[in-house]
Design a protein around this ligand. Structure first.
Ligand code: COI
Length: 351
């Protein structure tokens, strides 16, 4: 791997509270040209050179991932399920006709980059190094077809909580007008267009005082899908339920970790179709005792309010965190940071 030294290292912050706003000194860049991925390079984090005709700017042929590295007070550095992210990136690449990046090659590039930048990883509770790998089409032409040139880049952002209010519960608006994904579309892949298409709904929800939207399926507009930046779980009639992966929902790695962690504690999780009516009725009757989202950026995010059709439904008590969300919020980060053992072999200690 090539290396270009950064001549002007930035000052590292003493504490980090923002998400995705600060970036480290270096990034990893690898180009695809002449039918193959070329040798990668760790180089200074800087602006990219891109012609205005670059195909990604016009047709959005691009995918991304989000994962995290953690550092403890002794200086040990851990990655959480990094290979699973690169495996998922391959499925996203395949969906958009992007030549896949080999998982082991991507993983070893990431390890080198994170080791180099380990002093940037914050250590306070709730902070981490957010890692953003992405791949985009870099052809200089306006034809709509699979590009012949791509760039695979990894950037690193020392970050705090995704939501500005941290682990405090969030409010979701049930989205009845817009849809996030349709059958045969790209909902199950981490492609950039999914996120662009969600912004309008998110802005409208924010203007009404909600943090995010709860998406329903695009066909019947009845079944709960996900939140866009996280998957969703409910505790209804004492059972943990989450929408089944039906081809339009992102197969979240944190979602999978939550299911496995709960099952290991003897708490079954039903993955099934969930009618929004069950959820609203459950909120009205009190049978819905908890709701929470799961995601790399969001970690575990309790939900205490659902807005639908101009009415608000409280889940549990306003501002209160349910027992299951609290347990997950305590245990998952404890596994990620190495505070408690990792019986699932999810964590790779790299320093
Ligand atoms: C993540 O959780 O890492 C995501 O990619 C969600 C969001 C920040 C887009």
């Amino acid at each position: 791997m090539k290396f270009i030294e950064c001549k002007n290292l930035k000052a590292k912050p003493e504490t980090v509270t923002s998400f995705g706003k600060l970036f480290t000194d270096y990034m990893y860049v690898r180009e695809y040209a002449d039918g193959a991925w070329q040798e990668g390079c760790i180089m200074p984090f800087d602006a990219l050179e891109l012609l205005p005709c670059a195909s990604v700017l016009h047709y959005g042929q691009a995918v991304f991932e989000g994962l995290k590295a953690y550092r403890n007070a002794c200086g040990e550095v851990r990655l959480f399920r990094a290979r699973d992210n690169f495996e998922r990136m391959q499925t996203s690449c395949a969906r958009l006709c992007i030549p896949p990046v080999d998982t082991e090659e991507a993983y070893s590039a990431l390890v080198k980059l994170v080791k180099l930048e380990r002093e940037w990883i914050p250590t306070e509770r709730g902070t981490s190094l957010y890692i953003r790998p992405f791949v985009f089409a870099a052809d200089d032409s306006l034809g709509v077809h699979a590009a012949k040139k791509y760039k695979f880049i990894i950037i690193l952002s020392p970050s705090g909580a995704y939501y500005s209010h941290g682990f405090a519960p969030v409010a979701l608006k049930v989205e009845r007008e817009y849809v996030r994904a349709g059958r045969g579309g790209t909902g199950a892949y981490k492609v950039i267009g999914n996120y662009a298409a969600s912004i309008k709904a998110g802005e409208e929800a924010a203007a009404l005082g909600y943090d995010q939207v709860l998406w329903l399926d695009g066909q019947s507009r009845r079944y709960v899908e996900e939140v866009g930046s996280m998957n969703i779980f409910f505790v209804l009639d004492g059972k943990v339920i989450t929408p089944e992966l039906n081809g339009t929902i992102l197969p979240g790695i944190t979602r999978d970790s939550v299911i496995k962690l709960l099952k290991s504690k003897g708490i079954p999780v039903e993955e099934r179709r969930i009618d929004i009516k069950e959820i609203i009725d459950g909120a009205k009757s009190g049978a819905l005792t908890e709701a929470f989202g799961s995601g790399t950026a969001a970690v575990i995010s309790p939900v205490d309010r659902l807005g639908d059709d101009g009415r608000d439904y409280v889940i549990g008590k306003v501002g209160a965190v349910g027992k299951i969300a609290q347990m997950l919020f305590d245990e998952l980060p404890a596994i990620q940071t190495g505070k408690i053992p990792d019986p699932f072999s999810w964590v790779n200690k790299i320093v």
